[in-house]
Write a protein that binds this ligand. Sequence first.
Ligand SMILES: C[C@@H]1N[C@@H](c2cn(-c3ccccc3)nn2)[C@H](O)[C@@H]1O
Length: 445
Amino acid sequence: QEISLKYGAERLGKRQDADMKRFRDNRLGAFIHWGLYAIPGGEWNGEMYGGAAEWLKAWAKVPADEWLKLMEQWNPTRFNPKAWAKMAKKMGVKYVKITTKHHEGFCLWPSKYTQYTVAQTPYKKDILGEMVKAYNDEGIDVHFYFSVLDWSHPDYRYDIKSEEDEIAFARFLEFTDNQLKELATRYPTVKDFWFDGTWDASIKKNGWWTAHVEQMLKEMLPGVTVNSRLRADDYGKRHFDSNGHLMGDYESAYERRLSDPVKDLKVTRWDWEACMTVPENQWGYHKDWSLSYVKTPLEVLERIVHAVSMGGNMVVNFGPQPDGDFRSEEKELADAVGRWMSVNGECIYGCDYAGWDKQAWGYYTRKGKEVYMVVFNSPYSRHLVVKTPKDVKITKAVVLNGKEVGVKETARNEYNVDMPAKDSGAPFVIKLQIEDNTNAADKYR
Ligand SMILES: C[C@@H]1N[C@@H](c2cn(-c3ccccc3)nn2)[C@H](O)[C@@H]1O
């Protein structure tokens, strides 16, 4: 029995309009975490902090006014938005999520509602506007990351414990509304708002406001998507409302983690987007990547495929240097992923969960009547075991960018698919043509 909610999910089930289909079919995105935190890069007063670089203000306990003095040094002389967009294009990402404002409160656009923006730095220009144009000119969609939590604003409250808190936080919510309207007005090609910094009690006690923000943005920008992390319902329940229904347009809880493709398939029932860092936990630029494990391009690739195989998107993070260039590891990563995508991208873009039992050799993705086998672990047997659902037969198997391979039925709904003759030394993709008679059976039952 469902309870009545004023600020719960606005819709049941997946959105099927063209804008959401585009969001879903894009599948692969990049995050850009760029802000004042890039300047110290994890080091403060000669001490190196291993925690996330964009949280250095917190780790080093730096007062807001001292932290914001970093604005005097913000002058990315090597920032070249066209080069950034070309790098994203070559990587094969279809969208880029940009931190318009992170928890520190520094805005990459010349906001009228605060003094802590690029306009008040030596750089002066509208960095966000330059990025939006450059990415859009390359046919790449732009999504906005926006942190509700704002360490620079005197009216922010972690909780509401007094009348004074109420009044201050009401001012803060109005300030936030104004900034969001400003972003939607100045950059109308934005396709998505990805909210962060919404875990505090103050927001959970104002679920109405989160519903209002979703509604406001959708009225201003018809078709825009909004992540579940923005949302809290009448009772402060986040992401999924008190009736268990997903709020926003896609679940955004998979930050640096993914659900198990054998044991936890629930996410295949709704839209979701994961995001990941290349080091263990660095979103903003950190000077010293030796402090934690750094994923190889293959490990990044596997996470991208893992997400798509379960019906989700993956956003790979980049933390640009304070000078506006990227570190070599990130340039090499973009290049490696791009090379693989240029050959195998059809198993990612527009693909979804196949609904077949996962096998040890890798992951399935599906697009209509085509099922892709994305092989990360080639077996010594040189046979790739495939178990198909009842009434589904495999009629053909072709290696992407390669030749047809043999398929042998070994039992009911079980096949051995041959390995490609030549070993490319990298994960490869086999495209299966299938005969799916599932609904036919239903017809005669
Ligand atoms: C997308 C990522 N989300 C931000 C974040 C939030 N948190 C966090 C960690 C513990 C409790 C509450 C929030 N850790 N990182 C990171 O700074 C980055 O922006």
